[in-house]
Design a binder for this molecule. Structure first.
Ligand SMILES: [Zn+2]
Length: 89
């Protein structure tokens, strides 16, 4: 049931991750790259300002998937953004 845990959610785009990208303590980032928004966990998403700035830029440039092959056919940006924990909005 960990899938609903916010540790598995990208703070920028809301994509569910296969591992907790900030570690199970939420303080040990993996520096992986989000398949969707392309954020580097532990870098651009390390502050609220950084998260908002990156998200704005990403959406304004068309909200393109970083790894297009993983994009679900019926993908909805708004549905996915609704996964972002409120404290990161
Ligand atoms: Zn993301």
């Amino acid at each position: 049931m960990h899938k609903n845990d916010e540790l598995y959610i990208c703070r920028v785009c809301g994509l569910e991750q296969s591992e907790p990208q900030w570690g199970i303590d939420g303080e040990s980032p993996t520096y992986n790259i989000c398949e969707c928004c392309g954020v580097e966990f532990g870098y651009e998403d390390s502050t609220l300002i950084g998260i908002r700035t990156y998200r704005d830029k990403w959406i304004k440039s068309g909200a393109k998937w970083n790894c297009v092959k993983y994009q679900p056919i019926s993908w909805s940006l708004n549905k996915q953004l609704a996964n972002v924990p409120k404290k990161y909005l």
